[in-house]
Design a protein around this ligand. Structure first.
Ligand code: SAM
Ligand code: SF4
Length: 336
């Protein structure tokens, strides 16, 4: 088992496999002018798999692939299969925008992917196009259908809530009732320079704290005759998860609604993860630029060096983010 210096068990690794993406969500990535990492500067698929083998030896059990958009990385299904074959790895998951799932879901399932989180911040086609700049919502809907059809379990929908967007929360409430989908509302995080005002105009005032959001969903649901959210207290009834969401459901719903609050009710005490960037840097905390160079250690060919870097990253995990929210990186470089 891997522990950090604060006694937390750290067994969950989020791996960003690319900084590239087929969308340009406003809170995540600028529309133009991104300088892509060169092929050489990114970890190869073999290097990522080797890192997972070493991390598994140190107690890591659960892997999530993210990006950028993980499905645009060539050979992604082979990587899933390689990771799934590592002794000690219990589950391989992915966070994706879903657009390529209709083409790839079956192949990914066969390779050993067990669960997906699909990011979708609105159920309105026009608003989706605005947020993602390029996207067609029908592609994401088809991705959700494909994920359910091949049997990923659970299928979660990640919706970042931004106050000034006035998203239709009731539409998500209805979705959780009619389909076996687990909607998670995520507090918007003003991370990276792009979110400091440039280009977006969104600020910390756009983060709706969880308690306020729960009250908003309840008010709208009650007015629409859906009843109100009931907290799920039995762990067995929550969608099997590794994260810090608090779950609720509407009576007789097929799915659930979760609330994830990195800022207003930060969950640092339950933090169980390290992040690996596409360039091979280990990040102990989402909200800090402190990083540890795994790529050089991997390329030195010494597993002992890699283990040492991993342990250094683990031992430098902060106890909490102390409301420091900014980092120099943008979300598509961190992986969410
Ligand atoms: N492209 C994939 C996707 O969109 O699911 C994976 C990478 S994306 C960076 C991972 C997650 O981070 C997504 O759910 C996205 O909505 C979320 N995210 C990106 N920028 C964010 C921000 N500023 N605040 C909160 N969540 C953010
Ligand atoms: Fe791409 Fe995901 Fe960022 Fe949107 S949130 S730009 S889909 S990486």
């Amino acid at each position: 088992m891997a522990f950090d210096q604060h006694g937390r068990t750290i067994d969950y690794l989020r791996i960003s496999v690319t900084d590239r993406c087929n969308l340009r969500c406003r809170y995540c990535m600028p529309e133009e002018g991104v300088s892509w990492k060169s092929h050489d500067s990114m970890l190869s698929l073999e290097e990522i798999a080797e890192f997972v083998r070493i991390a598994s030896g140190e107690g890591f059990k659960r892997i999530r692939l993210t990006g950028g958009e993980p499905l645009v990385r060539l050979g992604i299904a082979d990587l899933v299969a390689a990771i799934d074959a590592v002794p000690g790895i219990e589950s391989v998951a992915m966070t994706t925008n879903g657009i390529l799932l209709p083409k790839m879901a079956e192949q990914l399932k066969a390779a050993g992917l067990s669960r997906v989180n699909i990011s979708l911040d609105t159920l309105d086609a026009e608003q989706f196009r605005y947020i993602s700049r390029w996207g067609n919502i029908e592609d994401v809907f088809a991705g959700i259908d494909a994920a359910l059809a091949v049997g990923f379990k659970p299928v979660k929908i990640n919706a970042v809530v931004v106050r000034s967007l006035h998203q239709d929360l009731l539409a998500f409430a209805r979705l959780s009732i009619t389909r076996p989908l687990h909607v998670r509302f995520i507090e918007y995080m003003p991370v990276g320079d792009i979110c400091g005002g440039e280009g977006l105009g969104w600020t910390e005032a756009d983060t709706i704290p969880n308690e306020e959001l729960i009250a908003l969903v309840n008010a709208q649901a009650e007015a629409a005759g859906l009843g109100s959210l009931e907290p799920i207290t039995e762990r067995a009834e929550t969608p099997d998860g590794w994260g810090p969401a608090r779950y609720y459901h509407f009576r007789n719903a097929q799915g659930t609604i979760g609330f994830i609050s990195a800022l207003s009710r930060h969950f640092c005490g339950e933090c169980n993860r390290l992040r690996l960037t596409a360039e091979g840097m280990l990040l102990p905390c989402l909200f800090s630029d402190t990083q540890f160079d795994v790529k050089t250690a991997l390329r030195s060919g010494s597993p002992g060096d890699v283990r040492q870097v991993l342990q250094e990253a683990l031992q430098s995990k902060p106890d909490e983010h102390h409301h420091r929210v900014g980092t120099e990186r943008l979300m598509h470089e961190i992986g969410g």
